[in-house]
Design a protein around this ligand. Structure first.
Ligand code: FAD
Ligand code: AMP
Length: 479
């Protein structure tokens, strides 16, 4: 006899654990099944995000940024930091402690909210029935009225560069290097490649990024992407565009990478190679032949706008379905699905998903880029503010970057906001709120911002849309 639940969530990454906790808060009898094991083979909730993604990468980005500031910028502000050293094992241990606190925190939240947990693997069958196998191999049949699949994603591997234990690593390995490699190769100039490349570049590695595309960060507003490339090169990262990796040979303690670019075949030798060529949806061993859940042509679970799959009562959320692979996108989908199961009617606003690259300067955006609007033939007006004109940025000795507001030429409604600069991962929230409420650039311009703050840059950029920024001179001023 199967144990019966209102909702079973498969996967306890950010999409799944948000769904499970909210379902329990709404009074639904909820179970969450997760198979993640940490490096000590202990179950750990939080999926990719908490264990090997968002959080550990930010722990290392923040630590390495502090080191880089102390090394390169402190003298500018009158702080002499002699004899600066890095203790990589301490840095990694601190990251591991943060991860462990957070994964235990999720376990605590499950308990406090009454979510029943199952540590092991789920296989979905027809009729919302689940075959659960614990890590020890014990089997149990579970049944629910509704299933939420949140099984996430895994790194893409490319045949020329199979992952080894220490020389050729994926993003997970790059978070756990035991020393700073002299020469670090990164394949892929996507968000993950740039973030992890930045960490080790700041700590002293000579970082070479090989990117097959000719364009740098094609999804980012082109003006912002240009500025980012300039800054990363200034920091010493050797970013080679149009460089497609075709092979890798491990020779002793080094890895020789073969790649081709417009000039022909080339090679580079590294102490460590990070393969960061993207992630793919993960559904391995999840769907029994009778599950009724279908995949799209790229391997994502097929869902509609409300995250319903083709199988009655079965939903899928997060990285395993279409859309940007971002933790917060999955969280919102997870919350939407269980709230709708409980009879509420929320929707996810896919036009307002913020995205951030946590390099320095940080890159953050929401809504449409100029190149997207141009391609769609939409009429728009922009207003920009350079961080170099911000008193607060000057005070902080961090004046790189800009904020750009894009508004509809007719209605003035904000269509997109693009930022590059310090703390833009935080500043972008103001733009998301404005867009979520359908604000115009004028609405933002009429809003009061505290002085002196970096967020005044957003205010000024919004004012600049109509040529009324105070600290930038504009030719397009309307009376
Ligand atoms: P996941 O987090 O992948 O969780 C899925 C869970 O399901 C896992 O625990 C898995 O073990 C479990 N599971 C899978 N199959 C089964 C099964 N059959 N039975 C039981 N359990 C199963 N995103 C951001 O928004 N911001 C960032 O700064 C950011 N940084 C990142 C940095 C790195 C290095 C990486 C790799 C990713 C980063 N991401 C970031 C992406 C983010 O981690 C993912 O978008 C997010 O974790 C996806 O959440 P999810 O819940 O859909 O899946
Ligand atoms: P993302 O999908 O944003 O994580 O970025 C991954 C990047 O890796 C993309 O920009 C791809 O173009 C790049 N990429 C994929 N395969 C290769 C390859 N063989 N050589 C170089 N770059 C690659």
């Amino acid at each position: 006899m199967a144990t019966k639940f209102d909702v079973i969530v498969i996967g306890a990454g950010p999409a799944g654990y948000h769904a499970a906790i909210r379902a329990a808060q709404l009074g639904l009898k909820t179970a969450c099944i997760d198979k993640w094991l940490d490096s000590n083979d202990k179950p750990a909730y939080g999926g990719t995000c908490l264990n090997v993604g968002c959080i550990p990468s930010k722990a290392l980005l923040d630590a390495s940024h502090k080191f880089s500031e102390a090394k390169n910028d402190f003298a500018d502000i009158g702080i002499i930091s002699k004899g600066l050293e890095i203790d990589v094992p301490v840095m990694i241990a601190r990251k591991d402690t943060i991860v462990s606190n957070l994964t235990k925190g999720v376990a605590g939240l499950f308990k406090a909210n009454g979510v029943t947990t199952f540590e092991g693997t789920a296989i979905l069958h027809a009729g919302c029935s689940v075959e659960f196998t614990s890590h020890k191999g014990d089997k149990e049949s579970l049944q629910a009225d509704h299933i939420v699949i949140a099984t996430g994603s895994v790194p893409v591997e490319i045949p020329p560069c199979p992952i080894t234990d220490d020389l050729i690593v994926d993003s997970t390995g790059a978070l756990d290097l035991s020393a700073v490699p002299k020469r670090l190769g990164v394949i892929g100039a996507g968000v993950i490649g740039l973030e992890l490349g930045s960490v080790w570049n700041r700590l002293g590695s000579k970082v070479v990024v090989l990117e097959a595309l000719d364009e740098f960060l094609p999804l980012v507003d082109a003006q912002v992407a240009r500025e980012a490339l300039k800054q990363f090169k200034k920091q010493g990262m050797d970013i080679r565009l149009g460089a497609r990796v075709t092979g890798a040979e491990v020779k002793g303690k080094k890895v020789k990478v073969l790649y081709s670019d417009a000039e022909g075949e080339k090679s580079e030798t590294f102490d460590v190679l990070v393969v960061a060529v993207g992630r793919k949806p993960y559904t391995q061993d999840l769907l029994a032949p009778d599950s009724g859940v279908t995949l799209d042509e790229r391997g994502y679970i097929y869902v509609n706008d409300l995250c319903s799959t083709d199988a009655p009562g079965v939903y899928a959320v997060g990285d395993v379905v279409r859309g940007p692979m971002l933790a917060h996108k999955g969280m919102e989908e997870g919350l939407m699905v269980v709230e709708r199961i409980a009879g509420k009617k929320p929707l996810v606003n896919y036009d307002c998903v913020p995205a951030v690259v946590y390099t320095h300067p940080e890159i953050a955006w929401v809504g449409k880029s100029e190149q997207e609007l141009k391609a769609n033939g939409e009429q728009y007006v922009t207003g920009s503010f350079p961080m170099a004109a911000s008193g607060r940025a000057m005070a902080a000795n961090d004046t790189v970057g800009l904020i750009k507001v894009i508004a509809d030429a007719q209605t003035d409604r904000i269509l997109g906001v693009h930022m590059i600069g310090a703390h833009t991962s935080e500043l972008i929230a103001e733009a998301v709120i404005a867009m979520e409420f359908g604000a115009s650039a004028e609405d933002l311009g009429l809003t009061m911002f505290a002085h002196p703050t970096l967020s005044e840059g957003l205010h000024e950029a919004a004012l600049a849309v109509s040529g009324h920024a105070i600290h930038v001179v504009s030719k397009k001023r309307k009376k």
